[in-house]
Design a protein around this ligand. Structure first.
Ligand code: NCD
Ligand code: ZN
Length: 344
């Protein structure tokens, strides 16, 4: 088989953490994900945040409009606050989980949780209602240590709420991987970019604002641990791109916004990465099957065929610069097949 004929088929790829935004930005970015993925977990850190049923259903409608004819399931989340049991009961049919941000750790998280002990009544309700808790696990410590410093909080939550499904979002450290093996009820997502870059790529030479994100990319040994777990299809690790678009003037600015835009290149670059590590056989589990099992979801049927034909990444999508802008990825999407539902 020549390289030109090599192909990979992924069934119902899922992106378990991403930012769709609203308005013109949503119009630009949503179709890029809904084209290639069968579903995605949509983050609620809008302005104002998504934290009630009315805001949630309005946002869902905007997403569906932008998804158009694509076969794509948006799995919604709400922003953590002190909800009553009744509010959560009402929200449950519409959401996959509740996303907890410590106050002020990342984009639009100012109204996040300031003191975790005041949040525990709501966390108990989540456990009782079997609603997963998704967590941005960073403290306000030294930037390279923020995730590591948060890990004892994950341990505390895992012990105190043993029936609660806890997802460590966008993990970046070797220590976080080791937590997966120590607590039955802890799971994680990892991004594409944290499997590829370290702090060196962001700040080791000229500063690369389009590679600036939270949590900050870490050390080579962290990246190695994350990559090892991903390519070996660690059963508690799921793909979540954390694609987080910001307009060019917010990135190439004095005070660069955190977030890397990977939606249009994520699947192609994942295939390239897994292929480079002779791990294509494990990609299906990492990018779909684990998430289906962990969350108990059945995404729409959609098979995406990628071929080893180079994809030249555009410099911009609307006002946003993607990761690998103007570079080539050695795989591209060749076709997408969906189960056509037929109503008589
Ligand atoms: C995200 C954003 O821009 O909304 N930014 C980021 O750097 N990842 C927020 C987040 O997920 O932390
Ligand atoms: Zn995010």
């Amino acid at each position: 088989m020549t390289n030109q004929t090599k192909q990979v088929v992924i069934n119902s790829p899922l992106d378990m953490h991403l930012h769709f935004r609203e308005g013109a930005m949503a119009q630009t970015v949503i179709p890029l994900t809904s084209h290639a993925f069968a579903g995605g977990v949509i983050m609620p850190n809008l302005v104002p945040v998504v934290d009630n049923l009315e805001r949630l259903t309005g946002y869902l409608q905007e997403i569906k409009t932008n998804v158009g004819q694509d076969v794509f399931e948006p799995y919604m989340t709400v922003f953590f606050k002190n909800y009553t049991y009744q509010e959560l009961e009402q929200l449950k049919p519409y959401i996959l989980g509740v996303k907890l941000y410590p106050a002020g750790v990342t984009t639009n998280s100012e109204n996040g949780v300031a003191a975790l002990n005041h949040a525990e009544a709501t966390i108990k309700y989540l456990e009782e209602l079997e609603i997963p808790l998704l967590v941005h696990g960073e403290t306000h410590g030294f930037v390279m240590d923020r995730e590591k410093l948060f890990l004892p909080i994950f341990e505390h939550l895992a012990q105190k709420f043993p029936q609660l499904k806890i997802i460590m979002e966008h993990i970046t450290t070797a220590e976080a991987i080791s937590l997966l093996d120590r607590y039955e009820n802890i799971y994680a997502t990892v991004t594409l970019h944290h499997l590829i870059i370290t702090l060196d790529d962001l700040a080791g030479g000229l500063l690369r604002p389009h590679l600036f994100c939270k949590p900050i990319p870490k050390r080579p040994e962290d990246r190695a641990a994350l990559l090892d777990a991903a390519i070996k299809a660690h059963p508690k690790l799921m793909f979540g791109s954390d694609s987080a678009p910001h307009p060019l003037d917010k990135k190439e600015a004095c005070g660069c916004a955190a977030g890397i835009f990977t939606a249009p290149i994520a699947l192609q670059a994942l295939v390239e990465l897994f292929d480079r590590h002779q791990a294509i056989a494990n990609l299906q589990a990492f990018v779909s099957d684990h998430a289906q099992r962990i969350y108990g979801i059945q995404p729409p049927q959609k098979s995406v065929t990628l071929v080893a034909t180079p994809f030249k990444v555009p410099s911009m999508y609307g006002t946003v610069t993607p990761m690998f802008a103007n570079q080539e990825i050695s795989w591209s999407i060749a076709r997408i097949d969906t189960a056509i539902s037929c109503s008589l």
